[in-house]
Structures are given as C-alpha cells and as structure tokens.
Unconditional design. Structure first.
Length: 463
C-alpha cells in the first residue's frame, strides 16, 4: 500500500511539473521532398493574331533586285521571226491606283525582225530601237503566300523617237511603231508578272520571322527561366490593297513553354509548320505566361510574414522563427521552426491556390503531417486547435505581383518595334493577366496566367 502511494505521488509530481513547464521539445520526422523532375511546363495552345503590312516600297525594292539590267533576252529569230533584248534603264516605280498596282518601267528595247517570204530567199531583217517608259496596270491576288499579278500595258512614253536601222542609219518611225506595239506588249507584261511572283513569295519571310521568334529567350536571370514559342499552324487571309501597302491577316497557333534551368534548344522545324488559308482571323492575341516562384524565394517571403508575431492559446504561446517550403507528392510541405512553449520544427501540408484580387499564392486544405500530428497529440494538444492553425495559415501566403510584372515586362520589348530580322518590325500591346492554375514541381511553384493583347507585323526594308 505504501509503495502504491509513493508511485502515485511520483506520477502526480511528474504531471504537475510537465504541465507547469514553459517549453516542450518536439522532434518531428522531416518529410523528404519528392524526387520528380518535370522541367517543361506546357500551357494550353495559344493564338496570336498578327496583321501583316507589306509596304509597296518593299515590293518595289524586291522587284528592282529581281529585275536589274537586261531583263529579257530572246535570241531566237526563227521561232517567231523576232529577236528582242529589253534593258531596264532606271528603277521601277509602283503606286496604287483604283485598287490596282500601276508599274512604271523605264527601258530600252532592241529588236530585230524578219519579214518577207522564204520562197526563193525573198526576205529581209530590220533592227528597231525603242527608248522610253512603259506604264502597266496590274490586278493583284495572293495565293499560296505568293503575290501574283495580271498586267496589261497601259501607256508608252518615248524619251527618244523609235527608230529603224536602214542602210546603217537610224530612221525615225514613231508614226509606224505606235500602232504595231502589240508584239512587245504581251512579252513585257508577262516578264513583269513573272518577276513580281518570284520576288513576292512571302512564305520564306514568314518562316524566317517564326524561326527568330521561336528562339528561346531568358525571362528571369535570377530563376534561370526561359520562354519558348513553338509554332504549329499559320493562317492567312486574302490580301487587301491599301493606299501605300498590302495588308493581310496572319494567325499563329502555337504552344508556349516556360523552362527552368539551362537554355533549351531551338526545336523549330520549318517543314512541320502548316499553312492554311482562311476567310477571317480573330483579332486578339491570347497567351499563357508562367509566374515562377522558387521554394527559396517563397520561404524567404513567408518567413518575413511571421516576423514579430506570436501565436497564443491561453498562457501558451509560440513564435515562428523560420519557414521552409518544398514539394512532396503534389503537395507543399511547410516546415515551421518555432520557439516558445514548443521548441522544434512542425510540418504542415497544403495545396497552393491563387487570390486574383491580392495576386497572392496561398495554401488551402492545410493540416499537420501525420508524424507532426502524432507528436503534438502527446506533447502540445493545444496547438492542434483550429484557431492556431487558421492564424498560421493566414500568414502562409506570398504575393506574385512582382513576378507578374516581371513576366509582362520581359515580353513588352518583343511588342515594341521588335525586329527579329532586318526589315521586319513587330509591335503590339498586352492587357492585364488572368489566373488559370497553379502547378508544383520539385523546383518551384508555378502560377499559370493568361493574357490577351494585339500584335502587328510590318515588312519594310528587307535585304
């Protein structure tokens, strides 16, 4: 009986001193991070509307490069009894006129023609020299990314009187040649049409621009975050003639990726891009941006949230000294190093979400991990109370406003007279971001944000 009383007394003292103790030590087992390494983050397919403007000056420049010096040479006299050489003497000029292209072509024409009959050799040849400016009027259409024209000669203006060589002398024949110019008209008009089609194939230019835009670029040096655009399909509408340019709408269907780590390779494949003709293209740009928050940066921000704050339940209180975050099994583990009535580290788990009003990442469905919960049941049951957990949860949040602003800022240079290649200029605007989803990886928490805007591409001054 005496032994029982002594034992009971010892238990009573033990319980008394434990309940009066100001500090209890816990050693919870740390949940190790998952070892998955997803390094590529796919967003939904994006669509970029790119109204394309090609200045008439650009077409003029390309045409003059294609047609330079001698632009036509027919040395066969026997097929149609005519030889002809046409030489451009000054730059070609293009203007819009009544929905068509007017081409002014200064040139010299040397021609030798055969007349008479082959019977008993009764035939002769004569040479003709023409020097002047020809004006053509062309209907324009765009098919398979090539601009083609159907041209007709509208007028001749002679800078020198047409002559024919007779007995070694140039004899003016203006009154004779003007009514008989039909022999030259079809040849010159076809030559102009062929040159325009050859120099105005825009598909290679579009592919060159897409290849430049597909080159991954660094959006965050601190987080080593790269942005990559992957073109899938390109759409185009019919060309429309403006006052000094040709307009058409381009549409780009693409994937946008954000990758963390080393610079990714440019996987652009010119042959894989599909080109399709359409009647109309949506007028806006829709893009998906990833706001990257590494666990180190998130931990630093949340630790600062707890600075100078106490969490109390009755006479017991704790102070959170440091916060660490990592990922395990698609959940975020939050380690709280604390002092006060409890010394040690407790571990919480939760799912990240996004507050569109405050632009903050916060954690919902937050609870103690199993190991921590078991220890607290034995040593500090009061900390399991919902009021304490709720107060902790309110401080486990951080703003990604700066990340969003950095993401937007990193894209703006590509919408402000950006020139991926000489003579190609990209301009546009971007609206505010809308939240889409949050994903967790072993490297970071990623908030996927969508935005809309406008973009246009101008071609003027290419090599």
């Amino acid at each position: 009986m005496a032994t029982f009383r002594v034992t009971l007394f010892v238990l009573f003292l033990s319980q008394f001193f434990n309940s009066c103790s100001t500090t209890q030590k816990i050693e919870a087992l740390k949940p190790l991070p998952s070892d998955d390494t997803p390094m590529v983050y796919n967003t939904k397919t994006s669509f970029v509307n790119m109204p394309l403007e090609i200045s008439l000056t650009e077409i003029e420049n390309q045409l003059n490069k294609t047609l330079n010096g001698q632009i036509y040479d027919d040395s066969n006299l026997d097929d149609d009894k005519t030889e002809m050489k046409i030489t451009k003497t000054a730059p070609i000029r293009l203007v819009m006129k009544n929905g068509k292209i007017q081409t002014t072509l200064p040139l010299k024409i040397w021609s030798r023609f055969k007349y008479g009959t082959d019977f008993m050799g009764l035939n002769d040849t004569r040479e003709i020299n023409l020097n002047g400016t020809i004006t053509l009027i062309s209907d324009v259409k765009l098919s398979n990314w090539k601009m083609s024209t159907t041209s007709k000669i509208d007028d001749f203006e002679w800078s020198e009187s047409p002559t024919i060589i007779v007995a070694g002398k140039n004899v003016p024949i203006t009154y004779i040649i003007n009514p008989t110019l039909s022999i030259f008209k079809s040849k010159i008009a076809k030559k102009i049409d062929d040159a325009i089609e050859k120099s105005c194939d825009f598909k290679p230019y579009v592919l060159d621009v897409l290849e430049k835009m597909s080159t991954p670029f660094l959006t965050s040096e601190q987080y080593q975050t790269w942005f990559k655009l992957i073109p899938l399909e390109v759409y185009v509408t019919d060309a429309v003639l403006g006052k000094s340019q040709i307009n058409m709408d381009l549409g780009l269907k693409c994937n946008m990726q954000t990758m963390v780590g080393l610079k990714p390779k440019n996987s652009f494949d010119r042959d894989a891009v599909q080109f399709k003709a359409v009647a109309k293209i949506p007028e806006k740009l829709t893009a998906n941006i990833a706001a990257i928050s590494t666990y180190e940066s998130a931990s630093r921000i949340i630790s600062n949230n707890f600075k100078g704050k106490e969490f109390a339940a009755g006479s017991r209180k704790i102070v959170v000294q440091n916060v660490s975050l990592w990922q395990k099994d698609s959940k975020i583990i939050i380690g709280l190093d604390m002092t006060g009535s409890i010394n040690g580290t407790i571990y919480l788990s939760g799912s990240p979400n996004y507050n569109a009003v405050t632009k903050e990442i916060y954690f919902e469905q937050m609870d103690y991990v199993l190991n921590t919960k078991g220890l607290l049941t034995r040593t500090a049951n009061w900390l399991l109370q919902g009021v304490i957990l709720k107060k902790i949860q309110e401080n486990c949040r951080y703003s990604i406003k700066e990340n969003l602003e950095e993401g937007k800022k990193s894209l703006l240079p590509y919408l402000n007279n950006y020139s991926p290649m000489k003579g190609v200029f990209v301009n546009g605007s971007m609206n505010d971001f809308d939240f889409e989803k949050v994903e967790v990886t072993d490297k970071a928490i990623i908030a996927f944000i969508t935005t809309t805007g406008k973009m246009n591409v101008k071609i003027d001054g290419m090599d």
